[in-house]
Design a protein around this ligand. Structure first.
Ligand SMILES: Nc1ncnc2c1ncn2[C@@H]1O[C@H](COP(=O)(O)OP(=O)(O)OP(=O)(O)O)[C@@H](O)[C@H]1O
Length: 243
């Protein structure tokens, strides 16, 4: 097994003194390359903090994060920015597209920002995979929510990242559209060998993953392979998420 991401005893404390909050407490996890991982847990359990530390968006208070063998802890902000631009992709709940740019311009933005050439073949392949080949010249406002999230997924894939991180990527979508987007994420794992790590509140979304990690109070308290929506919901209820 090759490791895409490895966290060793990662802790994150926000604030100081009396007001300090331990968002992560010595979390260790290995994310295998080519796997689809969902991160679940009650509100405030540390899911976003986990994702941000794993992706180099946030710096742990202690412990080690490695992306494909590269140690992130100790890196300066310039180095981290470069790493985020070239080696990871992000998909957010709110799509975060640039309204004034069309589909192709949004998708290729990460490459253009780093001064890289846009490989035509890859652009066409990715647009086809996400089902947007007929929409290349459309602006975000001319697309449905599901289509906008497909643009965001294409933008996350264009640099050929080692890992795509999703923070509630289906949180703003209706159930049917969310399913389409989840199927697409599953396809990029199965078809492209992409690694995907996704935070979600939704047991159905988590059921598309290979493995679900459950966080509670800043710790990984459980994991589940071959999840079903029912089993995930049951586990979440036991964690007190919905009481
Ligand atoms: N920038 C911050 N400053 C202070 N405390 C923070 C900050 N970010 C998160 N926290 C705290 O850290 C803990 C974990 O937050 P985090 O956002 O990681 O949880 P979460 O599981 O993603 O929550 P949710 O499901 O509600 O989005 C919470 O107690 C939160 O209030």
């Amino acid at each position: 097994m090759t490791e895409a991401v490895r966290l060793d005893a990662v802790s994150k404390v926000y604030g100081k003194g009396q007001g300090a909050v331990a968002a992560l407490r010595e979390v260790s996890a290995v994310i295998p390359r080519g796997s689809f991982i969902a991160v679940m847990g009650p509100s405030g359990s540390g899911k976003s903090t986990f994702l941000h530390c794993a992706a180099g968006l946030d710096v742990p208070s202690s412990g080690s994060v490695r992306l494909g063998g590269t140690e992130l802890t100790g890196m300066g902000e310039t180095e981290l920015t470069e790493l985020r631009r070239q080696r990871v992709g992000f998909v957010f709940q709110a799509f975060n597209l640039v309204a004034a740019l069309d589909v192709v311009e949004n998708v290729t933005l990460p490459l253009r920002l780093s001064g890289a050439r846009v490989p035509r073949g890859r652009l066409e392949d990715i647009l086809r995979r996400v089902g947007l080949e007929g929409r290349a010249g459309h602006r975000p406002a001319q697309l449905s929510g599901g289509q906008q999230q497909r643009v965001a997924i294409a933008r996350a894939l264009i640099t050929g990242p080692e890992v795509v991180f999703g923070d509630e990527p289906t949180g703003a979508l209706d159930t049917m559209t969310a399913r389409d987007v989840l199927r697409l994420l599953r396809e990029v794992v199965d078809g492209l060998g992409q690694t995907v790590v996704m935070v979600t509140h939704d047991p159905l979304a988590a059921s598309y993953a290979d493995t679900v990690l459950f966080l509670a109070d800043g710790r990984i308290v459980d994991s589940m392979s071959g999840p079903t929506a029912e089993k995930v919901a049951e586990r979440m209820t036991r964690l007190g998420a919905w009481t």
